[in-house]
Design a protein around this ligand. Structure first.
Ligand code: FRU
Length: 515
């Protein structure tokens, strides 16, 4: 009897914990969440528990970086979308906050952005306490299931206490739907030259731009992209921002469009266009497809509004819709990429986006091993075994030579990274990297042409965090982000090249856990 009573009480308690209503914010689950579960990243952002996808509402305000995200608090698969919330002072250590936005009568809360309404154009706050305004897509699932096309509209909400509590605007939606099937993911920013708000939105196979004086009334300006770029899938999560071209006086506008499916290695990926934006229309003479990351797992990434020193800071969702809902973590699902600072450069007459990791590695790590120069042995090898490797930054420079890099563990799981200098081909092979059978699209080798690597040596910077690898070549001229599920964290590194090769500036740093 006592046994049954205990079970009954436990179940009752568990089910009451699950009912997170709007009045009762998500409580930290300190008793159950240890951050030591299998595959749990130690220095990448993950939700405490349950399902997460896109980063949303990236904005800096009153000393903190906000990270809102697509969140389903009841399961580890996608469901009715909320905006989860976390804040950070350094983009590395995150504090979990209560859910910010809940589905309401207009629908689920899909992806979008947030701005600081400094001039109080909305009238939601005061000039002394300007509101934080979130602009997002409403997804009316009943309408979608009924086969209608007008199920996505745009809404706004505001916060007067730096994101802790939110009020949904009573006259939502602020942009209705005129029968456009996929109509979502507003990115809003303040456009200095025309002194008004600009919104980039996607509509299936193209982007639409809108303008507003008060974030409530919007005017359609122009469309872009029906005949430009990759079109293997639906356009999602746009972003539009200006960047100086390194070493010149030139400034260009960059438009991000995530696309699913249709990425270079299948499923989800983010393409970009470099061009001009005159306050009304975006134009480009770009003819080639450009991708912000050549790995399989950097999707729906966008940049921050209102950052100190106008830095262009980016976070992406480290997964791919091909298999996102089947990955083998059990209590939470998926992580964000490390934050990256973006810049624009010109190589061989082509504009190229460069991404550099924006966390203070020095301050948050311990040195495991470092040498100014390491000659390879008679077999052309360098080997290192360390239990710290699984959560580390590994960096070195190597002359422009064929090279193979293997990460492995005691279970025999191996992740292979190869660079072929003549063809300038870079490959990541996760077919033997551990748990791969949960989806047939996962255990593959991906090869990329890295023709912009023109220097006579290649600089590698690699971040491992048990279930992810992020590789940056030549200061982020190329980046590759992939998730992996080795049965235990990789603890062995092998670098194989010509026996006359010397690795220089070699270091391995163990990055501290943030939890
Ligand atoms: C991108 C996306 C967005 C949408 C959201 C829904 O991953 O499909 O277009 O707003 O996820 O969760």
């Amino acid at each position: 009897m006592k046994f049954f009573l205990t079970i009954f009480l436990t179940l009752t308690l568990l089910s009451s914990c699950r009912q997170n209503t709007q009045d009762e914010p998500l409580k930290p689950l300190a008793e159950t969440v240890t951050y030591t579960e299998a595959f749990r990243p130690q220095y990448h952002f993950t939700p405490q528990e349950k399902w997460m996808n896109d980063p949303n509402g990236l904005v800096y305000h009153q000393g903190v970086y906000h990270l809102f995200y697509q969140y389903y608090p009841d399961d580890i698969v996608w469901g009715p979308m909320h905006w989860g919330h976390a804040v950070s002072k350094d983009m590395l250590h995150w504090e979990h906050k209560p859910i910010a936005l809940y589905p309401d009568k207009n629908g689920y809360i899909f992806s979008g952005s947030a701005v600081v309404d400094t001039q109080n154009t909305t009238g939601f706050g005061t000039p002394e306490n300007p509101p934080l305004v979130a602009i997002f897509t409403y997804h009316d699932d009943a309408k979608a299931k009924a086969g209608r096309h007008d199920f996505q509209t745009q809404g706004i909400a505001y916060s007067l206490d730096n994101g802790d509590t939110w009020t949904v605007y009573e006259d939502n939606p602020v942009i209705g739907n005129t029968d456009i099937h996929d109509f979502r993911d507003p990115k809003v920013f303040w456009h200095e030259d025309t002194q008004r708000w600009i919104m980039a939105l996607v509509a299936g196979d193209h982007a639409k731009f809108y303008a507003s004086d008060n974030l409530k009334t919007w005017t359609h300006l122009s469309d872009f992209g029906k005949d430009k770029g990759a079109h293997g899938g639906v356009w999602e999560c746009p972003d539009l921002f200006k960047l100086p071209v390194e070493g010149t006086d030139e400034e260009k506008w960059v438009l991000f469009i995530s696309i699913n499916p249709g990425a270079p290695h299948g499923g989800s990926g983010t393409q970009y266009f470099v061009g001009s934006f005159d306050g009304t229309t975006f134009t480009t003479d770009q003819t080639t497809e450009k991708w912000i990351d050549w790995g399989t797992d950097n999707y729906a990434g966008v940049t921050y509004n209102n950052t100190p020193d106008s830095k262009r800071l980016f976070i992406g969702w480290m997964s791919n819709w091909l298999y996102a809902q089947e990955t083998p973590s059990e209590t939470w699902r998926s992580a964000m990429t490390l934050p990256r600072e973006l810049s624009l450069t010109k190589v061989n007459g082509q504009y190229a986006l460069q991404s550099k990791v924006f966390i203070d590695v020095e301050k948050n790590s311990d040195s495991v091993f470092s040498r100014d120069a390491i000659p390879l042995d008679q077999n052309g090898q360098f080997n290192l075994v360390s239990s710290s490797l699984g959560t580390s930054e590994i960096s070195f420079r190597i002359p422009n030579q064929d090279v193979e890099i293997f990460f492995s563990n005691d279970e025999g799981d191996t992740l292979a990274v190869t660079y072929q200098k003549d063809k300038r081909i870079f490959s990541l092979d996760r077919s033997r990297s551990g748990m791969v059978n949960f989806n047939e699209a996962f255990g593959q080798k991906h090869s990329t042409s890295v023709s912009l690597l023109t220097s006579d040596s290649v600089n590698f910077q690699i971040f491992l965090d048990w279930s992810s690898i992020e590789i940056f070549l030549n200061d982020g001229l190329y980046s590759f982000t992939e998730i992996v599920f080795p049965k235990s964290p990789f603890n062995k590194l092998s670098i194989i090249s010509d026996k006359n090769v010397k690795l220089t500036h070699f270091s391995v740093k163990n990055i501290h856990t943030i939890w």
